[in-house]
Design a protein around this ligand. Structure first.
Ligand SMILES: Cc1ncc(COP(=O)(O)O)c(C=O)c1O
Length: 398
């Protein structure tokens, strides 16, 4: 068992070298002929799939996280015990790093579990969930499951969450979900705009709660952005969700956390199944949050891949939103389904349909630089093929 974990660590180190060192820079500079050779034509032996459809971190957990799991498995016993102590330890480690008291942090089986619990507790049949359309759909989906109504507020013309519209919709609401930066558009609101939004929302209704989901916090480079955590620490009506699934590279390990006032978190605890966590992920998360050097390196790696990919689309004359995340939202002008299926033929998987934008917009998660070099060659091919097909169809119809 110990040996297996060692090899996981060394694979991860190789991946790090590729991502942060020579691999990243050299892929961007590869001559076009080499890039074309990296693209899998339909009939050739398939290359490993490039997974650009779930906003994951292509590099995976940090070496510190892998080593923490190795220690647990090497020790044997902790994995045979219920995770009471480990689950008590992680909130303290998170609190120390983000600078809040320990009782302000609650951990869950991915932030999804906590977002669902918050939706369950703070909305009701008479107190709807208020959310953007489009935004991350988990809270609205879960409100539907438990039979609580949802008020959706359309995006503005520049594909930003409509903060004014959401304040209006908050009257009589139970919980307002604000995803900042927003999935799937990738856009961000400034720290000042979010603070003003929270103040106006809480004033609009004496009961409504604001839940800010900062899943992509570590990827933001816009200097006007800032976390809403300081606003949640002493206010029973403000919550902030974070996850280890993105910059920490632990999507498969299922750990997230909620920051809030103890009174709000205790209301959630009545519904929350605390033993849904496992000792491996808890140990890995505690080590990962302390390793902010790796997070900074991951942000830089992603920023480089993001700039390369956005620039590639802009040079083709296509528009994108100003992504502050590990995915981009791009107006290919093609139906998302056709684009997605054509890319899948080349073993490059891209995002799903996002109604009502699926006729022209596509969400593409960011991989490593070499994956994005391969993916953009595929996009080039696919757009050329689809353009040709539609002009042939137009000619045939004329
Ligand atoms: C905005 C947002 N919140 C939460 C999640 C889910 O996070 P977790 O893996 O912690 O459940 C996602 C996943 O894509 C997301 O985009």
């Amino acid at each position: 068992m110990h040996k297996r974990s060692d090899s996981a660590v060394s694979v991860s180190r190789r991946t790090f070298v590729r991502a942060f060192g020579i691999g990243g820079a050299s892929a961007a500079m590869l001559p076009r002929a080499n890039l074309l050779a990296m693209v899998a034509p339909r009939a050739a032996a398939p290359l490993a799939p490039v997974l650009l459809h779930n906003n994951e971190n292509p590099v995976g957990p940090s070496p510190a996280a892998l080593e923490a799991m190795d220690r647990i498995l090497g020790g044997g016993e902790p994995a045979g015990r219920y995770p009471f102590d480990a689950a008590r330890g992680l909130p303290g480690a998170i609190a120390e790093v983000i600078g809040v008291p320990g009782d302000r942090v609650m951990v869950g089986n991915g932030s999804t579990q906590l977002l669902r619990t918050a939706t369950q507790v703070f909305t009701s049949p008479s107190r709807p969930l208020v959310a953007g359309a489009l935004t991350y759909e988990e809270c609205a989906g879960y409100a539907g499951v438990v039979g609580h109504p949802v008020r959706k507020v359309a995006l503005t013309d520049d594909l930003m969450l409509d903060l004014d519209g959401m304040v209006e919709a908050a009257r009589g609401g139970g919980m307002v979900f604000l995803n900042n930066p927003n999935n799937p558009t990738g856009t961000v609101h400034s720290e000042a705009a979010v603070a003003g939004f929270i103040e106006r929302t809480l004033a609009a209704d004496p009961e409504v709660v604001v839940c800010v989901d900062e899943a992509y916090h570590d990827y933001v480079t816009d200097p006007s952005y800032g976390t809403a955590i300081p606003l949640a620490v002493d206010n029973e009506r403000v919550l902030v969700a974070r996850t280890f699934s993105k910059a920490h590279g632990m999507a498969g390990m299922r750990i997230g956390y909620m920051v809030g006032h103890p009174a709000a978190l205790n209301r959630m605890r009545r519904w929350h199944y605390g033993l849904s966590l496992n000792v491996l992920a808890l140990a890995a998360a505690a080590s990962s949050i302390r390793d902010q050097t790796t997070i900074r390196r991951e942000r830089n790696r992603n920023t480089e891949a993001r700039a390369y990919t956005i620039d590639w689309f802009h040079r083709r004359g296509l528009s994108t939103t100003d992504s502050q995340t590990n995915f981009i939202f791009v107006k290919t002008g093609l139906p998302a389904g056709a684009f997605r299926e054509a890319c899948a033929q080349y073993n490059v998987l891209v995002g799903r349909d996002f109604s009502p934008y699926q006729d022209q917009w596509m969400r593409i998660s960011l991989g490593t630089m070499s994956e994005m070099a391969r993916a953009t060659e595929v996009f080039d091919q696919v757009m050329t093929d689809l353009d040709r097909l539609s002009s042939r169809r137009r000619e045939a119809a004329a």
